[in-house]
Design a protein around this ligand. Structure first.
Ligand SMILES: [Zn+2]
Length: 401
């Protein structure tokens, strides 16, 4: 039961794949293969430009991220410097307070020394007058010194306060720089996403354009031919007969000899009933892929490539008296590719035909493109009667359909 289910799924998948149309829908305005190739080149250029743009944007984002990191470090340093300045100012404030206490004491002592008569008396008859002078001078010096110190500490505090304001302002500026860098990064990121989406759709366009080129090339459209017209003519839905009338004289496969043993393998169907010079037509739209002239066994041979419902085939027409087409030529099922030979007209070089008839072979793939050796061609051979409506031996047909 399980296996049956799996087989059913595989069958449906195969069916789906086989039925998928070959023509891919692409947003193309190209009318010819040449224009299609130009479009492909433009798409590739656009892709390259977008890749460059993407890389440039990525590097801009990296630079901005670095920049943000540096600015954050700077802010950290500023914060630390502000804390240092605050601590120093606090220490200085304490020192100023202490200095002022000392100064007050000094001023008081000095005043007392200057205003106290007893002290002055002592000073005027004193032998220690020098000492007094010395002391009062020292006091004045000390007061001056303390005053200077306090002034310089106050200056230092002012400077610190100014530094703190400057640093805070600088940090504020850095924060705003970081914000604008961050919003730039967001914008660039959004742009990158858009580019990524664009890249996906460009890749899809490139792929479908390449598929179109492959398809139109495969059905044999020329570079400047109108693609719509070419596709309607060259892609085909089936095979018709190569002759307007005839009769099957030999089947595809191993021939049974009169002795009853198996004979040589016959690579196609022989159709008689036509004299040399009778027109031979291509069995479907396609392109001449290969021509061999005056081969000892097969004579003049034309190989035509076809694409039938998306599958590639090669048909071969042997023992031709004349060849009316050339390699690379696009043909329709109405194109005369040559004339029946195999009789007197080809006898001088042909050893595998004793009378006028057409030999038709059918192989899958394109002999000369899909594969290149005759043994590969032989491995791809199929019975033409399974694809072309050729009656049984001895039964005549009178139309190409
Ligand atoms: Zn034959």
């Amino acid at each position: 039961m399980k296996n049956t289910g799996k087989l059913l799924i595989i069958f449906i998948l195969v069916l789906f794949v086989t039925m998928t149309p070959v023509i891919v829908s692409a947003n193309t305005n190209a009318r010819t293969l040449k224009e299609l190739r130009n479009e492909l080149q433009q798409l590739k250029n656009k892709k390259a430009q977008q890749t460059a743009d993407k890389n440039a944007t990525k590097s801009k984002i990296n630079v901005a991220k670095n920049d943000i990191g540096n600015k954050q470090n700077e802010i950290e340093t500023n914060t630390k410097d502000i804390a240092d300045a605050t601590a120093e100012s606090e220490k200085l404030t304490v020192e100023i307070a202490e200095g002022k206490v000392k100064l007050d004491k000094l001023v008081a002592a000095y005043q007392i020394a200057k205003e106290n008569n007893a002290y002055l008396d002592y000073v005027f008859d004193s032998k220690s007058y020098d000492e007094l002078v010395y002391r009062s001078a020292l006091s004045e010096q000390l007061m001056d010194y303390l005053n200077e110190e306090i002034t310089s500490w106050n200056d230092k505090i002012d400077k610190n306060e100014k530094l703190k304001v400057d640093l805070a302002e600088k940090s504020k500026q850095l924060e705003s720089d970081i914000n604008s860098l961050s919003s730039s990064i967001d914008q660039w990121g959004a742009y990158l996403n858009k580019l990524e989406e664009g890249a996906v759709s460009i890749n899809e366009d490139i792929k479908s354009t390449e598929e179109l080129i492959k398809y139109y090339t495969s059905i044999g459209c020329s570079e400047t031919e109108d693609l719509e017209k070419c596709a309607s003519v060259k892609g085909d839905t089936g095979f018709i007969r190569p002759l307007k009338k005839g009769v099957t004289t030999s089947y595809y496969g191993y021939r049974t000899l009169s002795s009853g043993s198996m004979g040589n393998f016959h690579s196609g169907v022989d159709i008689g009933g036509n004299s040399e010079g009778t027109p031979v037509y291509s069995v479907a739209n396609g392109m001449v892929g290969k021509i061999i002239r005056q081969y000892s066994c097969g004579g003049n041979m034309v190989y035509v490539y076809h694409t039938i419902k998306g599958v590639q085939y090669t048909t071969t027409y042997m023992h031709l008296l004349t060849i009316n087409v050339s390699v690379g030529q696009a043909v329709t099922s109405q194109t005369q590719i040559g004339t029946v030979g195999g009789g007197k007209g080809t006898k001088s070089y042909e050893q595998c035909s004793t009378g006028a008839h057409l030999h038709v072979s059918l192989a899958t793939g394109w002999y000369g493109r899909t594969y290149t050796t005759s043994s590969q061609w032989k491995a791809h051979l199929v019975d033409p009667r399974k694809y072309i409506s050729i009656p049984a031996k001895g039964v005549w047909f009178y139309s190409r359909y």
